[in-house]
Design a protein around this ligand. Sequence first.
Ligand SMILES: [Zn+2]
Length: 210
Amino acid sequence: MKKWQCSVCKYIHTGETPPDKCPVCGVSSDKFVLLKAESDAEGDTLPPAESAPPKSSGPGPVTEPANLYEKIIGIMVKHHAHPVSVHIPNGILPVAVILFILAWALGSELFVKAGFINLIFVILALPFVLFSGAIEWKKRYAQALTTIFKIKILAAALTTTACLISVVWYLINPLVLSSSKGWIFILVNIVMLASAGIAGHIGGKLVFKD
Ligand SMILES: [Zn+2]
């Protein structure tokens, strides 16, 4: 039996032919590369031939990054900067939303303030999360724009927008939760939490391939 690897997400398919589309990232069969013919050893797969480093035509290492920016990008991708950084806002976000819901239900000013302070940490972390996510998509997934990546980008945009709306809204009106529009504020926060959850779920699917 042959083994085929998705060149975008690295999912491995076993069969005589590659699948019509990747079950993980959704790219078409032409993005699959043949790894090798069946080996008796389970999981004994070689990297695809086309990923072999190109032969140097001149002196000096060809893999050296062009500049400091490229060097930093390379380190970020290698050390999984996106999944690492995303856990900061994803850990705080549910706490912020729970605090806002409690504040809304109990009329507690203290919980509103605590929720807002949590949200500040989320918004401070988001630029790095979005940047590292964009870098990862470009470098690791060849900017593939299949449904899974479109949903992930949309979910990230929704999370960021909802977070910005919540922060600005609170700054304009700190009493928003005790106003008649309090439920809309809660709704925006629930959308933010759900979007972050969807983005995280898709990220997990891409990483763990299940
Ligand atoms: Zn794939």
